[in-house]
Design a protein around this ligand. Structure first.
Ligand SMILES: NC(=O)c1ccc[n+]([C@@H]2O[C@H](COP(=O)([O-])OP(=O)(O)OC[C@H]3O[C@@H](n4cnc5c(N)ncnc54)[C@H](OP(=O)(O)O)[C@@H]3O)[C@@H](O)[C@H]2O)c1
Length: 347
């Protein structure tokens, strides 16, 4: 058993970490950390618990700690910190010998830091050795992509492998929980949608190319296709939905696409990692699915549901993809990364 801590444990993603780590077969949650506002309080006093299951009793009375490597008795820290805080804090933990499995965007695009979806690019974990050599760290930082990136890149993986990709357009309809607890005020979003999420489109357009990149000569050579993104905030609690338009390199039919999506399994499934869903991609045939309220909790919230796969008169085909943003898109993704790391003896 590895001892783990959550940094940013009181926030939307932090709460999911706490929930998903309860009873985990590899990880024992020992410390919860947050800002100076929360430090010193009991977790149940510091946290506005927003999940629909009760706060686990085991953590309710734990004292929330300040974010300081000297105060934490863990091997791995899961980071759900805001970007600016993560930028400053995560390297200190890696330097002090911790494995940092981060949700924050601060280091995702840094050359020697893996940006992982374990089903898509597990070989990028090799960057850890490069990172340790470059920086003299005993620990390491690994990151998972932005939530919108994950819901697009997971279904694009078998398409990329089988037919190649030329151009991809992603239009997202993103849930409120993706903005954090105080992210979007109710008067702005009720009876409305907001066609702008700061920094989001750039993340989707660049992260995918690193994820699909080749690890060679100790670095990642980015993939050559093009991604264009348009991101919108909608009045849904959890679950990001995306309309994805794809132009491929080799001719394929809609049935070919459905088949490769259905058959797709990755390394986490082979290794039977505890957080890995049996089907990373679920293909739906109904004319009006996937929908966030109905499909976001498929296989513990770790599957991405894909439907409406059809031909497109401008691109080759298009489909709708949907997944749980704080589970598959954040805490669950980070935990799966750490499970893979452990199985590969890198933690
Ligand atoms: N929500 C999603 O779907 C999602 C998906 C993927 C990635 N992410 C990323 O995950 C991270 C967390 O997002 P979130 O939605 O959970 O945000 P959030 O609800 O606003 O929570 C932020 C957390 O960070 C702590 N924090 C804030 N300022 C701090 C400081 N100066 N020092 C130490 N701790 C501080 C907060 O503690 P206090 O309660 O004490 O203030 C809280 O625990 C962000 O980087 C976000 O971009 C989120």
């Amino acid at each position: 058993m590895k001892k783990v801590a959550v940094l940013g444990a009181t926030g939307m993603v932090g709460q999911r970490f706490v929930q998903l780590l309860m009873g985990h077969p590899f990880f024992k949650l020992v410390d919860l950390c947050a800002s100076e506002r929360s430090a010193g309080k009991r977790y149940k006093e510091a946290t506005r618990w927003m999940l629909d299951a009760e706060m686990p009793e085991k953590v309710a009375d734990l004292e929330v700690k300040r974010i300081d490597p000297n105060l934490i008795d863990a091997d791995i820290v899961f980071s759900a910190l805001p970007k600016e805080v993560a930028k400053n804090v995560e390297p200190k933990f890696a330097e002090a010998g911790f494995i940092v499995s981060s949700n924050a965007s601060a280091f995702r695009m840094v050359e020697d830091i893996p940006l992982l979806i374990p089903e898509v690019n597990p070989e990028h974990l090799e960057l850890i050795e490069v990172q340790r050599e470059n920086r003299g760290w005993d620990g390491a930082i690994i990151t998972n992509p932005n939530c919108t990136t994950i819901m697009a890149m997971l279904p694009l993986k078998p398409i990329y492998d089988n037919f190649g990709l030329r151009r991809v357009i992603v239009t997202s309809m993103q849930a409120l929980s993706g903005a954090g607890y105080s992210g979007v005020v109710s008067m702005a979003i009720l009876d409305n949608l907001i066609p702008f999420i700061r920094g989001e489109e750039e993340k989707v357009e660049t992260e995918g190319l690193k994820i699909f990149g080749k690890f060679e000569d100790n670095k990642i050579t980015k993939a050559g296709f093009k991604i264009s993104a348009s991101c919108n905030r909608v009045n849904v609690l959890d679950g990001h939905t995306e309309s994805i338009f794809v132009e491929v390199e080799e001719d394929c039919s809609v049935d070919d696409v459905k088949e490769v999506l259905r058959k797709f399994r990755g390394l986490p499934q082979k290794l039977k990692l505890p957080t890995a869903p049996q089907n990373p991609i679920i293909v739906r045939e109904e004319e009006d699915r996937p929908q966030p309220r109905l499909d976001r909790l498929q296989q513990g919230g770790m599957s991405v549901s894909v439907g409406r796969i059809r031909e497109d008169p401008v691109f080759d085909f298009k489909f709708t993809s949907m997944g749980h943003n704080t589970i598959r898109g954040a805490a669950g993704a980070s935990i799966l990364n750490a499970e893979l790391l452990l199985k590969k003896n890198k933690a």
